[in-house]
Design a protein around this ligand. Sequence first.
Ligand code: ATR
Length: 264
Amino acid sequence: MKKYLVIGNPIEHSLSPLIHNYWIKKNNIDAIYEKEKLKKKDLGSMILKIKKKKIHGINVTVPFKNDIITHLEKLTPEAETTQSVNTVYLDNNTITGHNTDIDGFRLAIQDIKFDVSNKLVLILGAGGVVPSIIHSLYKMKASKIILTNRTKKKAENLKKLFKDLEIINWGQIQKFDMIINATSIGLKASDELKLDFSKFGKNKFFYDVIYNPKETNFLKNAKKLGNKIENGKKMFIHQAAQAFKIWHQIEPEITNEINEMIDK
Ligand code: ATR
């Protein structure tokens, strides 16, 4: 039986095992997908287990998407550009790191038929998934990306990867067509981003990376004012599907059952 894992810290709330084991069963694959909480110092020995074929693939989540890179032998161009790896596998005996968050985001946006081309995008936050979102937005031909983060240093580090990024001070808001909450504000039902929604105008697109709760206050307020909204659920499902495809060479089906499983 093949073994797959998602590693991170914390990891208790990860829904990756649920979704991967669902597809494993549906496709009659002899495998299991588990979660493991570990420390940064354990990353090297984890990778060794893949080399020795004791583990056949891992997903990497917060906070190790960048830390894992030093332990890998090869990066795909997507992982290289974003310096972020969420999927690891053995490719011709070479430990390879890839990033499926990029396509996950693109496919989610395509699903809901939003056209990013020539749009002005404002990103709030600079957490682990932000380089993937930025890369994806540029691939979809966004005209400009502006980013604001409480800790400015983290925003400036992103500018080293993406030269065209414009950084503005936290709390400052600029004109946009699409705004993305990539902060962790909203994970708790009472969390509120201090934004003056009356200034934004209507018919903008509000996207939240968070999918639990389904509607953060950021999305609720935006919806009330007549804007288009979307949470991070589709991105999460698509990134998982892309990883599944790499490991099992099967395109898994995104069913209603999966959507319901994640909403529970
Ligand atoms: P990751 O591990 O993916 O980087 P994270 O560190 O929890 O996730 O980052 C979440 C994002 O939410 C960060 O941009 C963080 O801002 P900082 O870089 O300043 O830490 C942002 N964030 C979390 N709590 C916040 C708060 N109370 N006010 C403003 N931003 C906040």
